[in-house]
Ligand binder design. Structure first.
Ligand code: SAM
Length: 269
């Protein structure tokens, strides 16, 4: 995984900035039921999406494990972020009406733990929304993708059918799909070649014969600096059985759910 403490400086600008954040937030909002008040943005990063969710009148909490990312999130949603591992959340069971996880599951070998924790901290009727198939979304059928086709790939940890099976194991029901378009994230050959040489593609170490071969083929493509199509990122939503959350006087105005020193039992225990 990237060192997100180091990445924090350049994260927003290199991931589509505010336009991407607006598109992602809007896709999340389209999947959560009316009446949702409290939302945990799991792996909130710099808070660029979290802020948009808070602006939609949700009582938002952000959580992330990287201090560097979280420092920026604190500026965007002051007092609403916590340093935490999403696989072991410091919140009691049934604390939130919704949980979002944008671009998290593809990073983790044990992504099921995120789904289990989301199921645990959701109130009955609450919804978990997560991106799926992240790496595959970058393959847009371009000439760059054709050059890169022979590269070895690691099995995707956020494959949609896998995530759906995790949800099923933790008693979450399918509750919708959505997508959002990247912004400025379409690849150009020159940049892709540089990224390949830098070793940014998993399983293509710098200096290896295949790495060099693919990089030099990319450098022969036309339109070296012309970005190809933007990726389309997919979201899946899953609902915890129970009544749909309704706004009430006890919700929305209270303090942050108090962190617990250790996570509670999983819902399926
Ligand atoms: C690609 S960024 C996405 C950030 C944000 N959701 C967004 O869309 O801008 C991935 C984030 O996941 C965080 N992360 C990775 N593993 C984590 C874990 N186990 N617990 C909490 N945060 C984690 C990283 O620190 C990073 O901020």
């Amino acid at each position: 995984m990237f060192d997100y403490d180091e990445e924090a400086e350049r994260y927003d600008a290199s991931r589509g900035g505010e336009a991407r954040a607006a598109a992602a937030a809007s896709a999340v909002l389209g999947l959560i039921p009316e009446g949702t008040v409290t939302l945990l943005d799991a792996a909130c990063g710099t808070g660029i999406v979290t802020r948009r969710l808070a602006e939609a009148d949700l009582d938002v909490t952000g959580a992330d494990a990287a201090y560097g990312m979280l420092r920026r999130a604190t500026e965007r949603v002051p007092g609403r972020v916590v340093l935490a591992d999403i696989r072991q959340l410091p919140f009691p069971c049934a604390s939130f009406d919704a949980v979002s996880a944008i671009w998290l599951l593809h990073l983790l070998d044990d992504a099921e733990k995120v789904v289990a924790e989301a199921a645990r901290v959701l109130r009955p009727g609450g919804v978990f929304v997560a991106t799926v198939d992240k790496a595959a979304s970058h393959d847009v059928g371009s000439d760059i993708d054709a050059v890169m086709a022979p590269r070895p790939r690691r099995a995707a940890r956020d494959r949609s059918d896998l995530v759906a099976s995790y949800a099923d194991r933790h008693a979450l029901l399918p509750a919708g799909r959505a997508s959002f378009r990247g912004c400025g994230q379409g690849r150009a050959p020159a940049r892709a070649a540089a990224d390949v040489r830098r070793g940014w593609y998993t399983l293509l170490p710098p200096g290896e014969p295949l790495t060099e071969k693919l990089a030099s083929r990319l450098e022969q493509l036309p339109g070296q600096h012309v970005p190809r199509q933007e990726p389309e990122f997919k979201l899946r939503a899953f609902r915890k059985p129970g009544p749909v959350p309704r706004p009430g006087p006890e919700l929305g105005s209270g303090p942050l759910p108090s962190p617990t020193s250790s996570p509670g039992p999983p819902t399926d225990a």
